[in-house]
Design a protein around this ligand. Structure first.
Ligand SMILES: C[S@@+](CC[C@H](N)C(=O)[O-])C[C@H]1O[C@@H](n2cnc3c(N)ncnc32)[C@H](O)[C@@H]1O
Length: 219
């Protein structure tokens, strides 16, 4: 099945609210667990979260790594408003800063990070190379990089089944977004080609669930 792109930004307040209200505890906890499993030496440092949305991944990451200091960037004001409130409520305002930034953003290159993470951004980007170039500009040499994203199913019918299974009970706007995101996501072989084109030769790509791809490496 050919990829069907979806809009880059999630800047509609109703859409952002539905996304922030959803229970992503399973994939987001899994994200943090994958990071811990793959990068056992990482204990502390400055972490960049690209396309942070309402900061649920960042909050879980900061709780798991009490000595991490995180910057989350996203272009959507609606998402960031929800993120600011969630960070305050979690008592993490001292360690988790959210910044409005539309990628590519040259100004980020001045900030060098000890780790770079991103969840569910890749499939939104008009040009996937933006993610890989941003990773190369912002991660210090040797820094751990962990990206998780949806994986495009083999067929439209399978996308419908996954949307029913994982968002069947969700509000219509969330179910629609999840379905569209599955159609916009990349296949493992497409991500491998992106990494090759970005000269990120040591990075690995693996399907870790029926709908998630994990991409990781040290810069
Ligand atoms: C599906 S959400 C994921 C949010 C968060 N990472 C999470 O896992 O909950 C994708 C986010 O990427 C943001 N985004 C998409 N394209 C972007 C770009 N070019 N620059 C900055 N943010 C972008 C959207 O606004 C949205 O908040």
């Amino acid at each position: 099945m050919e990829r069907i792109p979806e809009p880059e930004l999630m800047d509609d307040p109703e859409q952002a609210e539905a996304y922030a209200s959803a229970d992503f505890s399973e994939p987001h906890n899994a994200f943090v667990a994958h990071f811990r499993r793959l990068f056992r030496d990482f204990v502390a440092g400055r972490v960049l979260d690209l396309g942070c949305g309402p900061a649920d991944v960042g909050i879980r990451f900061c709780k798991a790594y009490p000595d991490a200091i995180m910057t989350g960037v996203d272009a959507s004001a609606a998402m960031l408003q929800l993120g600011y409130a969630a960070v305050r409520e979690a008592g993490l305002a001292e360690r988790l800063q959210l910044v409005q930034s539309y990628l590519p953003d040259e100004s980020l290159a001045a900030l060098q990070f000890n780790a770079v993470i991103s969840n569910s951004l890749l499939h939104h980007l008009d040009d996937p190379a933006v993610l890989w170039e941003t990773v190369k500009q912002t991660a210090k040499p040797g820094a751990p990089v962990l990206i998780m994203d949806l994986m495009r199913p083999a067929s439209f019918a399978e996308a419908g089944q996954l949307a029913g299974r994982y968002a069947g009970e969700a509000p219509p706007v969330l179910r629609r977004d999840f379905h569209n995101s599955l159609l916009a996501a990349y296949r493992p072989e497409e991500v491998r080609a992106q990494l090759y084109n970005a000269s990120l030769f040591g990075f690995r790509v693996e399907a870790v669930s029926d709908r998630h791809l994990l991409i990781w490496g040290n810069l």
